[in-house]
Design a protein around this ligand. Structure first.
Ligand code: SAM
Length: 266
């Protein structure tokens, strides 16, 4: 039986309730028999039920104990179904889901989507792709181009590590309870080769954070935090520009110049 209790806000529970949208999402995921799929936040199993038809095994991670218990009963006859009653943010994705690589899917709780993407990026070597329902605003930020309002720290860091493909816009009416915002189903593919590569990824992260903390200031101004005469060291970039006017590759260039100058991140 489905748990009668109300959706728990603290776990971001907005369950998919539109069959057409679920069909479209399954079509986008296009699961293949040999895929090793991990679903984050299976909820009441709207996607799970469909995915189980394709996979020799389906791992799921559900933080809500009541839902995990419900799912164990619902899929008791599916020998290919496994649920970890756990917080996805604490899972070591590189270790727990052999055989590798894995494909990760989920209608993500909006409150953990961004930290979860950063957590998963740390495990990118074992991830083939990630297919997530995100708040449209977050999807726009990770897919943004320079010189747009949505372009920022999240854009640069996610696009540095992953290719980003928005796949489907999903209205609030597709969920129960109905969220206040539109959603977007997005595919992220970790880059096999990052080119150009940041010699020190911590430096890149620190630089990008620093620059976007002062979004209205020029790059010259932000870079003074790292060196006294920025114009001498970054000849390839117009330092009169603002942080949202340069590309991911430009950030890698700035970061590598700082690394070569032996600037430290703390
Ligand atoms: N997949 C279901 C669907 O589409 O109907 C439910 C999606 S609902 C937006 C998010 C789900 O993630 C809920 O089941 C919630 O309990 C679960 N969840 C929330 N935080 C979580 C976390 N940190 N780790 C794992 N699951 C989480």
């Amino acid at each position: 039986m489905c748990p009668n209790n109300q959706a728990k806000k603290r776990f971001g529970q907005n369950f998919l309730a539109d069959k057409d949208i679920i069909d479209q999402i399954i079509g986008i995921i296009a699961p293949k028999y040999l895929d090793n799929l991990v679903e984050i936040g299976p909820g009441k199993g709207a996607l799970t039920e469909r995915l189980l038809q394709f996979c020799p095994r389906l791992w799921t991670i559900e933080i809500d104990r009541d839902l995990a218990h419900f799912l164990k009963q619902k899929f008791v006859h599916h020998k290919n179904f496994f649920v970890a009653e756990s917080d996805a943010l604490k899972i070591n994705f590189s270790r727990n889901f052999a055989p590798l690589p894995i494909r990760i899917v989920g209608n993500l709780p909006y409150n953990i989507a961004t930290p979860l993407i950063f957590h998963l990026i740390r495990h990118r070597d074992v991830i083939k792709d990630m297919l997530f329902m995100l708040q449209l605003e977050v999807a726009q930020r990770i897919h943004a181009k320079p010189c747009s309002k949505a372009y920022g720290r999240l854009t640069v860091m996610v696009q540095y590590f992953c290719e980003v493909f928005p796949m489907l816009s999903v209205p609030p009416s597709a969920f129960h309870p109905t969220p206040k915002v539109t959603s977007c189903f997005v595919r992220l593919i970790p880059r096999k080769r990052i080119n150009p590569n940041a010699e020190d990824e911590l430096m890149l992260a620190h630089l990008v954070t620093t620059c976007f903390q002062q979004r209205r200031k020029t790059l010259r101004n932000s870079l003074r935090r790292f060196c006294s005469e920025p114009d001498e060291f970054f000849p390839a970039i117009d330092l009169n520009l603002r942080p949202d006017q340069i590309s991911v590759k430009d950030y890698v260039y700035l970061s590598n110049q700082l690394t070569n100058l032996n600037v430290h991140t703390n």
